[in-house]
Design a protein around this ligand. Structure first.
Ligand SMILES: [Zn+2]
Length: 253
């Protein structure tokens, strides 16, 4: 990891800044993992070959909590509602989500940053097929959280070689949240996601802690549903969505 939580503040700190800080303030303490809050080691700083860049690493501690960042891609959140029946509430939620889809698209883009409407459509298709609407405690603004948490956003280059998304982006919950249901159960003010950026090629098959480049902590809120600017989308965006979801979204006139 090349960024971690500051030892005493709730802000990210880079490995360089941390090394500088720990030299000027030796009693500052260890930087912490943003997901499990465990103190982290600094590794690689004395390596003469410099083949290993200085980075933060978790301690090998079998009694430490399971951490999604440490676990090398083993943890993948899934929409698990298949056994639950469709209820009136789930049908109503689905209808409402599609009525407000432009708001959800704008907020989704804000969370992921470099993303296009086809990513949104694919992510929505995936959670729709899995019946995300059937979770008893899910709220409308949390459907996009399920979309973010269950998908990886690989680096993308267009056909002219222009980089559209340079990092591999993955969203994690804090380590005490093992699945989506546990996330929906959290109280107000406790619902945060960690947006992690990895330095991995698009073809990589596994997320790795030593490729963890950057992160930000996102607070989940529903205010965006009141943002009138989010009612508007460009016509091509509407066309893509109406083609992907013809029964739910009307083709532009
Ligand atoms: Zn951790």
């Amino acid at each position: 990891m090349f960024k971690a939580l500051h030892p005493t503040q709730s802000a990210p700190i880079s490995i360089r800044d941390y090394i500088h800080l720990s030299r000027t303030s030796p009693s500052i303490g260890d930087a912490r993992c943003p997901a499990c809050e465990q103190p982290l080691l600094v590794k690689g700083d004395i390596d003469p070959k410099k083949a290993i860049k200085t980075h933060f690493a978790h301690r090998r501690d079998p009694t430490a909590p399971v951490c999604p960042i440490k676990s090398e891609g083993a943890i993948r959140y899934e929409v698990l509602t298949d056994a639950l029946p469709d209820t009136e509430a789930s049908v109503a939620l689905r209808t409402r989500f599609f009525e407000n889809w432009t708001y959800h698209w704008h907020q989704f883009k804000k969370y992921v940053r470099a993303v296009d409407i086809k990513d949104f459509a694919s992510a929505l298709r995936a959670v729709d097929t899995k019946g995300v609407w059937k979770y008893r405690d899910i709220e409308e603004h949390e459907v996009i959280i399920a979309m973010l948490a269950t998908l990886d956003f690989q680096p993308v280059t267009d056909n002219k070689g222009k980089v559209l998304r340079s990092s591999w982006v993955r969203f994690w919950f804090r380590s005490d949240v093992a699945n989506l249901q546990e996330f929906w159960n959290l109280g107000d003010g406790q619902k945060v996601m960690i947006r992690a950026e990895y330095e991995l090629p698009a073809k990589a098959t596994m997320i790795r802690e030593d490729k963890f480049r950057d992160f930000s902590v996102l607070e989940v809120d529903s205010d965006y549903l009141e943002n009138e600017a989010y009612a508007q989308v460009p016509e091509f965006v509407r066309i893509v969505m109406s083609e992907r979801f013809p029964r739910m979204i009307v083709v532009p006139a």
